[in-house]
Structures are given as structure tokens and as C-alpha cells.
Design a protein around this ligand. Structure first.
Ligand code: PLP
Length: 426
């Protein structure tokens, strides 16, 4: 498969090309280890002189098939699969930053990522300044410091559902000479390919749309190969790595120092690797991603329109319905689709929200998004329960907010289910 193939062909076939007599399907290589013939070869592989599978923590053929397919879809120079989306974002930052460094991030983040940046990374000496992604350029620019090493945002904020102003943020990243890291989980490469919009590193929680069937936790980091790590601002890539006999990543791997360092160091030392079985399942998920994303999006748009007219609903937020979202989709997305997540405000108190959730029959109350099945969640009492009121507001979460991950069921069954549960919420 090459880049001239369409998304659908890449979804189905990229990443694995069987030879005669080999399985047509990407096989599960359920092995921790790989055989060598002589100690010289082991030495070459262990010292990064030669690439080869050695131990599944740092690479596995099934995992490589998944990495290669996702990389083809995003248009990068290579991907690293990780144990979860959280591990992917941890890798994305710690591959660049060390103690004393700083990052600048949109405040409209997935709850776990917000906690990682706000509370946990500071314990390791890495600080984050958060900004409102709709703030003017001059205001965001003030947050950059000499020790700032990255700019971070989510293509579609979770659960604010704001689409990033890529042009504004990519220009800021270029101006301050930092990589622009984009979590592309909720859009998926079927709707948006951030490398074309100025991103340098892309992260994913594969647990969502890539899996698509709520079977597995995993993630990935993709290197765009389009950032200059060699200008002296990033010692992680220009200083010798004593743990690999003094290798200097920008010299040894000039095409993709970020990617090679992540595999050699993060996977070896932090160990957040993906299992071969999960890679197999994610590969199956990717085979239908190009069919599922339009259906998720169409169902979500229809349900959003239904909710907007409903008397029990305070407000509805769906990127495909609001003017800014629509403009950004037209500008930045490859199709006029808004993905499958919507939020709405339910009239009434927490008890009313409880009655609504309890009465759903097709949709279910689940801490998850991106599944083929429709799920709902009340973030203020669940994923974002750790945040104080101010942080909740910055993340775009009100007490009445219900997040819906709209599945690929028949849409008339979804609207009927929501209609009866809304009636029961009174
Ligand atoms: C779910 C999610 C994550 C975390 O992924 P896990 O696989 O659950 O660890 C990160 N970012 C976004 C946007 C997510 O939706």
C-alpha cells in the first residue's frame, strides 16, 4: 500500500502484505521473544546498529502491522503503539521534556490528560500552562517561555467538542520553535489528518474509534518527521544517550529521531507497550473505520437535531451543528462530518439526570466513547469528578452536561430511546 491509495484501501490493507503461503490476515504473533543466530547479531540489534524484533516490549510483528497501518492513515514517518491513550500522551511529552521543562496546552482536554499535565507531570518537574483555545494569539503567545518544549491540543476537545484552530496554533508552534502535538482520538484519521495542518506529532487513544467495539485499551504516537530537533533547543535528541553507548538521536536517525528515541528509550524504560492481541483487534477495527466514522457522524447529527427541539433539553453542542464547528470542519476535515460525540444539557437536577440515564434502553451509561454501541456519561460526576468548579468551566463542563457517544445503530431507535428516557427524567 502506498500514499496514493485512498483511505478505505489503507484502512483495509495497509501495514501488512503477506507473501505466498502466508496468512492473508495480519497474524497474532503471541511471543515475547524472537530467535537470533549469533551473538554479534544480538549485539547489533541491542545497540541500535540494526533493526530486528528481540523482545515484544520494544517491538512485535503484529504490533508493527497496526503501527504501520495507522502511520499510513496519518501520513507520518512511523508510529509507536502504546498500552493506552494515556501512555501515548505520556510518551509524547516525556520523549521531549525533562525536569525543568514546560509545555503549553489547550485547557479543553480529556480528563485523564488534564490530570497528567496538571497534577502528575509537575511531580517530575514538567509544568503546563493551559490556555482557552479560542483566546487570541497574543494572549496564548504570552504563555511561552524559553524552556517551553511543546504545544498540545486535541483535534476535537473531549468533552468540550471544540475543533482546534489549527492555523492559529500551528503558527504559534512555528514562531516559538516547539513541536505541535495533537491528540487526534475523536476525529480519527478518517475525518482529519493533522500533519497536513501543521502538527508534528499525533497521539491516539486506540481504545475509542480505532477499536470501535470497546474490546481493548491501547494507543499510539505518530511522528510526522517534519520537525527540526537538531537546533540545540532539544537536548534529549542532540546530547548523547548514555543508556545506548552515547548515541545521538539526531545524528544516528536523522529522518526520525523522535520515533527512534521513543522506541529505544520510552518502551524500554517506561514499558508502556501494546500487546499483540490488542494490536490484532485494533487492526480489525481499522479495517472498517472509514465506514463507521460517516455512520457515527450522521447518527450524531440527527440525534443532535432531535435533542435541540426537545423541551427537556437546555442546549445541544455538536461540532456539525454550531457555526464555528461547521467552519472548522469545512476548513480542516477531509469530509463534512463532525464525528460521533455530542453533548447536551438536561433540564433538572442530578436526580433528573439519574432518571434519564436509568431509563435508557438502547443507549447505556458507560465510561467510554467511540464504541459501535451508543453510550452516555455525566462527566461532572464521573470522568471530571476530580476537577474543581473553575477547572470544570475551563474544560467546558457544566453540571447539566451529558456526553453522548452516538453509535452506529439505526438512528430512529436512538431518537425513540432518548425520547422515552427524557420523558422519564421529569
Ligand atoms: C480516551 C482518551 C484518552 C485516553 O486514552 P486511554 O486509551 O483510555 O488511556 C486520551 N485522549 C482522548 C481524547 C481520549 O478520548
Amino acid at each position: 500500500m502506498t500514499a496514493h491509495h485512498g483511505n478505505g484501501t489503507l484502512c483495509v490493507q495497509a501495514g501488512y502484505t503477506p507473501k505466498i503461503g502466508e496468512p492473508r490476515i495480519l497474524p497474532i504473533i503471541q511471543s515475547t521473544t524472537f530467535k537470533f543466530d549469533d551473538i554479534e547479531q544480538v549485539n547489533r540489534v541491542m545497540t541500535l546498529q540494526e533493526f530486528g524484533f528481540k523482545y515484544t516490549r520494544t517491538g512485535n510483528p503484529t504490533v508493527a502491522g497496526f503501527e504501520s497501518k495507522l502511520n499510513a492513515l496519518e501520513g507520518g514517518v512511523g508510529a509507536i503503539a502504546t498500552a493506552s491513550g494515556q501512555a501515548a500522551n505520556l510518551l509524547a511529552i516525556t520523549n521531549i521534556c525533562r525536569q525543568g521543562d514546560h509545555i503549553v496546552s489547550a485547557s479543553t482536554l480529556y480528563g485523564g490528560t488534564f490530570s497528567l499535565f496538571h497534577t502528575t507531570l509537575p511531580k517530575f518537574g514538567i509544568e503546563t500552562s493551559f490556555f482557552d483555545p479560542e483566546a487570541p494569539t497574543a494572549e496564548i503567545a504570552k504563555l511561552f517561555r524559553p524552556n517551553t518544549k511543546a504545544l498540545f491540543g486535541e483535534t476535537i476537545g473531549n468533552p468540550g467538542l471544540n475543533i482546534l484552530d489549527f492555523a492559529k496554533l500551528a503558527a504559534l508552534a512555528r514562531r516559538f520553535d516547539v513541536p505541535f502535538i495533537v491528540d487526534n482520538t475523536l476525529a480519527s484519521p478518517v475525518l482529519c489528518t493533522p500533519f497536513k495542518l501543521g502538527a508534528n506529532v499525533i497521539t491516539h487513544s486506540a481504545s475509542k474509534y480505532i477499536d470501535g467495539h470497546a474490546t481493548s485499551i491501547g494507543g499510539a504516537v505518530i511522528d510526522g518527521g517534519n520537525f527540526n530537533w537538531a537546533d540545540g533547543k532539544f537536548p534529549e535528541f542532540t546530547e548523547p544517550d548514555v543508556s545506548y553507548n552515547g548515541v545521538v538521536y539526531v545524528k544516528k536517525f536523522p529522518q526520525a529521531p523522535y520515533l527512534y528515541k521513543a522506541r529505544a528509550q520510552f518502551l524500554r524504560d517506561f514499558g508502556g507497550c501494546l500487546s499483540p492481541l490488542n494490536a490484532f483487534l485494533f487492526n480489525l477495527g481499522l479495517e472498517t473505520l472509514h465506514l463507521r466514522m460517516p455512520r457515527h457522524s450522521e447518527n450524531a447529527l440527527a440525534l443532535a437535531k432531535f435533542l435541540k427541539k426537545h423541551p427537556r433539553v437546555n442546549w445541544v453542542n455538536y461540532p456539525g451543528l454550531n457555526p464555528v464547528g461547521k467552519r472548522r470542519i469545512a476548513k480542516y476535515f477531509s469530509q463534512p462530518l463532525g464525528s460521533g460525540i455530542l453533548t447536551f444539557g438536561l433540564k433538572g437536577d442530578r436526580k433528573a439526570i439519574g432518571r434519564f440515564a436509568k431509563n435508557l434502553k438502547v443507549a447505556a451509561l458507560v465510561v467510554h466513547v467511540g464504541d459501535a454501541r451508543t453510550s452516555v456519561l455525566h462527566p461532572a460526576s464521573s470522568t471530571h469528578a476530580q476537577l474543581n468548579e473553575e477547572q470544570l468551566r475551563a474544560a467546558g463542563i457544566t453540571p447539566d452536561l451529558i456526553r453522548v457517544s452516538v453509535g452506529i445503530e439505526d438512528v430512529q431507535d436512538l431518537t425513540a430511546d432518548f425520547a422515552q428516557a427524557l420523558a422519564a427524567s421529569k
